[in-house]
Design a protein around this ligand. Structure first.
Ligand SMILES: Nc1ncnc2c1ncn2[C@@H]1O[C@H](COP(=O)(O)OP(=O)(O)OP(=O)(O)O)[C@@H](O)[C@H]1O
Ligand SMILES: [Mg+2]
Length: 310
């Protein structure tokens, strides 16, 4: 593919009044009606540095995982970082249908499945998207073979592929950020994604909270930490499709109790955010004026801040 055909991601110019207020603790005394949308960045929060691998995970469907992956990827790519997204959801492959991989005309069309079966490297399964700075490891229905065939070492396969890549490239790793989009299930592939990541990012839909799902995700994160990946931590929680309500506030308080070191970001409900996948464009491109685009941009800057230019 000709790199000049890739669209640069636009800078956003949201008015200051539109930005989330950043607080170190929730103000529980003020009634929610007079709340402004606030991002919680507790004193215990530690920003990430590149290169970094994030897994975006929640086994509940429709929590905002794929949207979070696309928008964080777009925000970091717009700042000049080299971003790779990995589609680890074989049921929907929603990410691969949103940020379409640009295959060479007569070239091979690998997918994430090949990495689990040791057929090729992560780099060989990575393709450009139409957007500058974002490449994708696509997935398709054949990823389900991992669940059925359970190849030896599957839980470690992604971590090993990333480690091999880092070993080959040393300081000059090909991507600054890798973001893995998970299926709404705690499958073998999801566990492999959590095993490969430095940090977990958890989107929760304010409208569809299921506390049992949260408790079960927490148990899985703990199990992965204990058995496969001691460094895995929840770096941030996104309250997606957020609007001002007593319930949103309750949820925000609960999340910050459960994950005291995580930043908590409301991503405001925007009708236009839901149109972007159909348009095959990041929300940032489809609706740059939307609060969802600006909330993700602000979150991305807090999770992995850019070094100030000297
Ligand atoms: N801030 C937002 N405002 C309005 N709609 C949103 C917002 N974020 C996500 N949505 C919509 O909510 C739906 C679910 O989002 P998304 O597909 O990102 O969730 P998911 O967790 O990846 O779902 P699945 O579990 O099915 O993979 C989509 O229709 C999406 O467009
Ligand atoms: Mg999804």
């Amino acid at each position: 593919m000709n790199a000049s055909h890739r669209a640069p991601l636009p800078a956003l110019s949201s008015p200051p009044g539109d930005r989330l207020e950043v607080v170190a603790a929730w103000d529980e005394a003020t009634p929610y009606q007079s709340w402004r949308p606030q991002a919680l960045v507790p004193p215990t929060f530690r920003p990430a540095t590149a290169p970094q691998t994030f897994v975006v995970v929640n086994q509940k469907g429709g929590a905002g995982k794929t949207t979070t992956v696309v928008e964080l990827a777009s925000s970091w790519a717009a700042q000049g970082l080299r971003v790779r997204v990995i589609d680890a959801d074989h049921q929907e492959a929603a990410l691969s249908q949103w940020l379409l991989p640009q295959y060479a005309e007569d070239g091979p069309r690998h997918s994430l499945r090949s990495v689990f079966f040791d057929e090729c490297s992560l780099l060989e399964t990575t393709y450009p998207t139409l957007f500058e700075g974002i490449d994708i490891v696509p997935s398709g229905l054949d990823l389900v073979r991992v669940e059925y065939d359970r190849p030896i070492g599957a839980e470690q396969a992604l971590a090993a592929a990333l480690a091999r890549e880092a070993g080959q490239h040393g300081e000059a790793v090909p991507y600054d950020v890798t973001l893995i989009d998970c299926a709404p299930s705690l499958s073998l592939v999801t566990v492999a994604a959590m095993t490969a990541a430095d940090q977990a990012l958890v989107p929760l839909s304010v409208g569809g909270l299921d506390l049992k799902a949260m408790a079960s995700l927490d148990r899985t994160i703990t199990a992965v930490q204990q058995k496969n990946n001691p460094k895995l931590a929840v770096g941030a929680v996104f309250l997606t499709a957020w609007d001002k309500s007593g319930f949103a506030r309750q949820l925000a308080s609960r999340v910050s109790e459960d994950y005291p070191e995580a930043a908590v970001f409301p991503i405001r409900r925007s009708v236009r955010a839901a149109e972007a996948p159909i348009a095959e464009q990041p929300v940032r491109v489809w609706a740059p004026e939307s609060t969802a685009a600006s909330d993700y941009e602000q979150s991305a800057g807090i999770i992995l801040p850019q070094r100030e230019a000297v």
